[in-house]
Design a protein around this ligand. Structure first.
Ligand SMILES: *Cc1c(COP(=O)(O)O)cnc(C)c1O
Length: 423
């Protein structure tokens, strides 16, 4: 599509947008009496209006029934995690028994590694992207140490070629071939939090399996951002959080995927709790752990009802809107953002986009590497009601979110950037 950098053009795109009504389902922070330009949904998604009544309903349920709330009502707490399974599975392209909502992301990453990072003297390495999210780096480092290996030897990171901003798939595949049978685990994010690059997960999973390694994905910036086909791509496990693109509120619950080929492997080492135990026997309080079939067998604790209720209210919106439609709008929205940012910077080179321009290799994020005055630009945006995200030393990340951002938002942001650069 040929874009024009005018308010009228942006409004015309909004008028044709089949998802435009979803914006009304979210609460925007206010700046000078107006909705902020919110471009931070990759860090904390906006609040769906549906969450408040969903939380109040659970409070009422508790008030009315006390402990009996576990067994009463349309969504008894006893089975609460199951009410989120179907929609979560659709979101990541999995079968329902491959998915469970539980805990938080880093906890799930550790639980999955207990089962799927099983290093031996010969095969002990983890291959991952350089500059992964810090929590993932700490998880890898301490898991490696836990097994008695040296992170400097065991963790193999892949960085972009010198002078380039993001990874080439061919380089990832080549490294995997080279490290070969020393690799125990391949662990990649789906969309890198910093550059916004969406990796070719299908090829990475296939290459990891070719060399006999387990393959896991951290989908914190991916779930609810781009459509996924985890079952088909064949990863052994994946984890994600729900408070970024999934709008389920700060500290919201996480998801976990375990491929069905591992659904009935009680011999897999794991750290268990009563909620992962065979449901029919859970309350017999006997010795001897017998895991539930599938991902549910990795649960530890009973459901955190309030955060699950918020997550459920948000999942309903995704279910209604559909990931394919969201992705179609997301591509247009991020392309328009790229266009207005390029126009704002035309002839100046004050910043460079470090997110792939190829729409297949990015989701709803554009990251700019700025000149040394980037912080002033970022502060200018904040003072004028645009919320983005700053990463040291000089990266500004914008997330144009198809559920609630409009083309007009994007145009206004572009205009602000232009003014900010004029300084
Ligand atoms: C946001 C994010 C996390 C955060 O982990 P929590 O356990 O939810 O605090 C971890 N890893 C990645 C890749 C992230 O983007």
């Amino acid at each position: 599509m040929v874009f024009e950098n005018t308010l009228e053009f942006a409004r015309a795109l909004d008028a044709q947008d089949p998802l435009r009504a979803y914006r009304e389902q979210f609460i925007f922070p206010q700046h000078a009496g107006q909705d902020v330009l919110y471009f931070c949904g990759n860090s904390l998604g906006l609040q769906p209006k549906a969450i408040r009544p969903a939380l109040l309903a659970e409070l009422d349920h508790w008030a009315e029934h006390g402990v009996e709330g576990h067994f009463r009502g349309e969504m008894p707490w006893m089975y609460y995690h199951k009410f989120l399974t179907e929609q979560s599975a659709q979101l990541v392209g999995a079968l329902p028994h491959e998915v469970v909502v539980m805990n938080t992301l880093t906890v799930n990453l550790h639980l999955m590694m207990v089962s799927f990072y099983r290093p031996t003297a010969q095969r002990f390495k983890i291959v991952m992207e350089a500059g992964a999210f810090p929590s993932d780096q700490y998880a890898m480092e301490t898991q490696v140490r836990f097994h008695g290996f040296d992170p400097a030897e065991a963790i193999v990171e892949i960085a972009p070629r010198s002078g380039e901003d993001y990874l080439r798939t061919e380089d990832i595949l080549e490294l995997l071939e080279k490290e070969g049978d020393q690799v125990a685990l391949v662990l990649f994010s789906g969309v890198n939090y910093y550059t916004g690059q969406f990796y070719d997960l299908e090829q990475i999973a296939a290459a990891g399996h070719r060399i006999g390694a387990a393959v896991g994905f951290d989908l914190a910036h991916t779930a609810g951002n781009v459509p996924l086909r985890l079952h088909e791509w064949g990863a052994d496990f994946a984890v994600w959080c729900s408070y970024k693109y999934l709008n389920s509120g700060p500290g919201g619950p996480a998801g976990a995927f375990v491929h069905e080929r591992h659904a009935d492997r009680p011999e897999l080492p794991r750290f268990a709790g009563w909620w992962g135990h065979d449901e029919g026997e859970r309350f017999k309080m006997r010795k001897g752990f017998r895991p539930m079939h599938g991902a549910a067998g990795w649960q530890l604790s009973n459901a955190q009802i309030f955060s699950f209720a918020a997550h459920k209210a948000s999942l309903d919106i995704f279910h209604q809107a559909g990931m394919e439609s969201l992705r179609a709008k997301s591509i247009q929205l991020s392309s328009f953002l790229q266009f207005v940012l390029d126009e704002a910077d035309a002839g100046q080179n004050r910043f460079r986009t470090i997110t792939p321009r190829d729409i297949a290799a990015r989701g709803a994020q554009i990251s700019l590497l700025t000149d040394p005055n980037g912080r002033a630009l970022f502060d200018f945006l904040a003072e004028h009601g645009a919320i983005a995200d700053w990463r040291e030393p000089n990266v500004i990340r914008f997330a144009p979110v198809p559920l609630y951002n409009s083309f007009e938002d994007v145009w206004r942001l572009g205009e602000l950037v232009q003014r900010g650069l004029r300084g």
